[in-house]
Design a protein around this ligand. Structure first.
Ligand code: HEC
Ligand code: HEC
Length: 485
C-alpha cells in the first residue's frame, strides 16, 4: 500500500473488513491528506525563543487587567485545551474546571463555550471564534476584526489578530471600570490603549525584556515592544503546543490502512463519510469546513447581549438581550441567523461540554442532536443545566459621571439567574432558533450511534489527554502561573 495515500477507495475499505458499507460507488469516502509541518504557520517550527516567550505569556496572569487570569485558565492543557465547563467564569474567578468559583464580584459569566485550541495554528484556519468575527476577507488581503482599523498594521495572521481580543474583554481578562487602567481603557473601548498598557507592563519586567530581545533582534529598549510582538509569541506557542496529529485517525491518513481501527470505529468511519454524511460539514483533516451552519443548538447562558428580543428586559427590568444569533451578528445576512462555525472534531472526546454554549455534556447527546435538531431543541431539559455558581455579582448603576458598580439587589438575584435559561425556556425564542435550522432529520440505529462515537474516539491523540507539562513552574512577572500545574 502506498504511503501518504490520499484516496481511500471503498474496495479497499471492503478488503480491510468494514462491515457497514455505503451502497453505491458515488459514496466512496475520500479521506483528506494528512497534516504535515507545512500545514502549520511557521511551517510548524517557529523559533524557540518566540515559542518560549509565548509559553510564559500564555500562562502568566500579567496580561489581565487585575492580574488574576491567564489564557491558560480557560485553555487548560489538562482539560482538552478548554476549561471543562459549559460556560466559564472569567476574571474575578478562582479555581479551574468544575471547581471554578467567583472570588470577587463579577458582572456575569462568559457567554460562550471556551473553544479548544487543537491544531489552531493550522494554515487552513481562515476565521476564528464561534462566529468567525476575526477572519481573512478579500482573498486574504485584509483581516476583518472587532477593532476595525484600530488593529495595528502588519498583523500577519488571524491567530495573531485573535490574541488582541481576550485582553480587551472586561469579563474575560480586562476587569471592570474603576478596577485598573486596562479596564478603564477597555470600558472606553480604547483598545489601542489596552494594548499599549499591556506591552509596557510586560516590557517593564527585565526577564521578559530579555526574552523579547532574544526573539526579536530589533528590540533593544522597553519602548520598542508592541502588543503585536506579544500576539506573535502567543501564536507561535499555540501553534506548537496544541498541534495534535498523532491520533489513530492520523495514522490512517498517513498509511491508508484502516485495519488498525476497531471494527466499530471502522463502521463509524464509513457512516461518517457515507450515509450519515457528517463529512458534508466536518470535512478535511481537521474535520471542519470552516463554514457556518444553523443546526438548532439549544442555547444556555446569558448570550452575547445582542439578540433582537426584549422580553427579558421587559419582564425583569435587568439589562440584557439574551439570544446568541451567532454568525448573523458578523455578516448581517439573515441566512446566518443562529449559525455557528463548524467545530473541528480533533480530540473531541476531550473537549466537552459541547456546542457553542456547552449545552450538551454527553458526547452521545451532542451527536444525537444532529439526527433531529428540532425535536432535540424542543426536548432540551433546561433543569439539567449545570453552570458554576455566580456567588458574587455586581452591576452597573447610576448614569453620566455618577455611574459605578454596586452589588446586585438581593430582590433581583432570581431575575439575574433567569438569564441562564431564558432562551431555552421561551417558546418564542426556541421557535426562532428552530426556524433557521438547516439540518434535515434522519435516522440512525442505536448501534450506528455507538459506531460513530467509536470513530470519534479514534480522533483522540493520546498525547493530548494531559499536556500539563506545558505550564511553566514560574513566570517572569512573579505571579503564580495559571492553571496551577
Ligand atoms: C475567560 C476565559 C478565556 C480566556 C482568559 C481566554 N480565552 Fe480564548 N476563548 C474563550 C472563549 C469563550 C472563546 C470563544 C469566544 C467566542 O466565540 O465568542 C475563545 C476563543 C479563543 C480562540 C479561537 C479558537 C477558534 O477555534 O476559533 C483562540 C485562538 C483563543 N481563544 C486564544 C486565547 C488566548 C491567546 C488567550 C490569552 C490572550 C485567551 N484565549 C484567553 C475563553 C477564554
Ligand atoms: C450541516 C452541517 C453539519 C453536519 C452535517 C454535521 N454537523 Fe456536527 N456540528 C455542526 C455545527 C455547526 C456544530 C456546532 C454547533 C453549535 O455550536 O451551535 C456541530 C457540532 C458537532 C459536535 C460538537 C463539537 C464541539 O466541539 O462542540 C460534534 C461531536 C459533532 N458536531 C459531530 C457530528 C457528527 C457525528 C455528524 C454526523 C452524524 C455531524 N456532526 C454532522 C455542523 C454539522
Amino acid at each position: 500500500m502506498l504511503a501518504h495515500k490520499l484516496l481511500l477507495p471503498f474496495a479497499f475499505l471492503a478488503i480491510a473488513g468494514v462491515t457497514t458499507i455505503a451502497t453505491s460507488q458515488a459514496d466512496l469516502p475520500i479521506l483528506p491528506a494528512p497534516l504535515s509541518d507545512d500545514s502549520f504557520l511557521y511551517d510548524g517550527t517557529p523559533s524557540d525563543p518566540l515559542v518560549e516567550l509565548g509559553r510564559n505569556l500564555f500562562f502568566d496572569p500579567i496580561l489581565s487587567g487585575n492580574r488574576n487570569i491567564s489564557c491558560g485558565t480557560c485553555h487548560d492543557p489538562r482539560l482538552g485545551s478548554g476549561d471543562g465547563l459549559a460556560l466559564g467564569i472569567g476574571e474575578g474567578g478562582v479555581g479551574s474546571g468544575p471547581d471554578r468559583r467567583t472570588e470577587t464580584a463579577v458582572t456575569g459569566r462568559v457567554p460562550r463555550n471556551a473553544q479548544p485550541l487543537w491544531n489552531i495554528g493550522a494554515r487552513e484556519y481562515v476565521s476564528l471564534f464561534h462566529d468567525g468575527r476575526v477572519e481573512w476577507i478579500e482573498d486574504g488581503m485584509r483581516i476583518r476584526n472587532p477593532a476595525g482599523d484600530d488593529l495595528p498594521e502588519g498583523v500577519s495572521d488571524v491567530l495573531v489578530a485573535q490574541a488582541f481580543f481576550p485582553v480587551t474583554s472586561p469579563i474575560e481578562m480586562a476587569g471592570q471600570f474603576g478596577e485598573n487602567p486596562v479596564a478603564e481603557a477597555a470600558f472606553a473601548e480604547d483598545r489601542p490603549q489596552v494594548w499599549r498598557i499591556l506591552a509596557a507592563r510586560v516590557a517593564s519586567v527585565p526577564a521578559y525584556l530579555d526574552m523579547l530581545k532574544e526573539a526579536y533582534p530589533e528590540i533593544t529598549m522597553p519602548h520598542d515592544v508592541t502588543y503585536t510582538h506579544l500576539a506573535e509569541a502567543l501564536t507561535a506557542f499555540q501553534t506548537v503546543a496544541f498541534r495534535s496529529d498523532e491520533s489513530p485517525f492520523d495514522e490512517i491518513l498517513r498509511t491508508g490502512d484502516v485495519s488498525t481501527l476497531s471494527v466499530d470505529a471502522r463502521a463509524g468511519l464509513s457512516l461518517f463519510y457515507g450515509r450519515a454524511n457528517c463529512v458534508s460539514c466536518h470535512s478535511g483533516p481537521l474535520l471542519t469546513d470552516h463554514d457556518y451552519h444553523a443546526i438548532a443548538m439549544p442555547q444556555i447562558g446569558p448570550g452575547k447581549g445582542h439578540g433582537g428580543d426584549f422580553s427579558y428586559i421587559a419582564e425583569t427590568g435587568l439589562a440584557g438581550r439574551t439570544e446568541d444569533e451567532g454568525r448573523y451578528r458578523v455578516s448581517r445576512d439573515t441566512d446566518d441567523l443562529f449559525a455557528f462555525r463548524t467545530p473541528s472534531l480533533r480530540n473531541v472526546t476531550l473537549t466537552g461540554p459541547w456546542g457553542h454554549s456547552g449545552a450538551f455534556d454527553e458526547l452521545e447527546e451532542m451527536v444525537r442532536h444532529h439526527l433531529n435538531p428540532i425535536e432535540s431543541l424542543e426536548g432540551f431539559d433546561a433543569s439539567a443545566v449545570v453552570l458554576p455558581p455566580l456567588d458574587q455579582v455586581m452591576r452597573l448603576s447610576g448614569r453620566g459621571s455618577e455611574f459605578g458598580y454596586g452589588p446586585l439587589d438581593p430582590s433581583q438575584e432570581a431575575a439575574f439567574d433567569l438569564r441562564d435559561t431564558w432562551v431555552i425556556q421561551s417558546p418564542v425564542l426556541r421557535e426562532r432558533i428552530a426556524a433557521e435550522n438547516d439540518l434535515r432529520a434522519f435516522h440512525l440505529a442505536d448501534e450506528e450511534i455507538r459506531q460513530l462515537i467509536a470513530f470519534l474516539e479514534s480522533l483522540t491523540d493520546p498525547s493530548a489527554i494531559n499536556r500539563s507539562d506545558l505550564v511553566p513552574t514560574e513566570v517572569p512577572s512573579g505571579l503564580a502561573p495559571q492553571p496551577t500545574r
